[in-house]
Write a protein that binds this ligand. Sequence first.
Ligand SMILES: O=C(CO)COP(=O)(O)O
Length: 251
Amino acid sequence: MSRKPIIAGNWKMFKTIGEAQSFFSEVKGKAEVDGVESVICAPFTALPALVEAAKGTSIAIGAQNLHFEDNGAFTGEISGVMLADLGVKYVIIGHSERRAYFAESDEIVNKKTHAAFKHGLTPIVCVGEKLEEREADQTKEVCKVQTEAAFQGLSAEQAAQVVIAYEPIWAIGTGKSSTSADAEDVIAYIRGIVAGLYGEATANAVRIQYGGSVKPNNVAEYLGQANIDGALVGGASLEPASYIALVEGAK
Ligand SMILES: O=C(CO)COP(=O)(O)O
């Protein structure tokens, strides 16, 4: 079963429109490698310019959040209708920063995942444990609960399209990455959770990324693991040369 590797940059709350455009002009043609999917998840304000710049390239553009309703009195929110209208292809859902700072529950993550599919967007659903949960040996239980909740009510066909990002929270932005063996162990377990819900064929189709202090110098090691299909990268996705190296490292 061959799954196409997927490198996704999560810019978080970084880059103006001009900065996004200049980044894109530097990675165009370079962060495009046969056999590797390359996705840039940018702030909402930079999305129209990036979608325009990405036309005719193999780089896909993603958002970092969406609201689960299509329209309504939800001041400050952006819906799947609006993202699809822009030409956005991916959306990150349930990032640990959104769970921690914006009170996103497993139930909200599930609603957002359904909303993504409703509008033809591919969800990148984030799961992962806190440091205290890891220390209490609860990593797998936390990932099981989050994964099962996120997939609630999805058809097998939809489930196969989900990209899961396993991001141990203690490894995000800390420089303390999980060892590739530990990440592989948890990711293989998460694939088993999907198999339990939908069967082996669906589980074998789902792509699962590792995220947390991924850099050009360690990306290949993660991608070399049997169950790790890509990386969701924060800090190291912000510089063009580094982003290009990440995509090349996923070959
Ligand atoms: O949160 C992350 C990606 O979503 C990981 O961030 P860093 O790559 O900066 O650790």
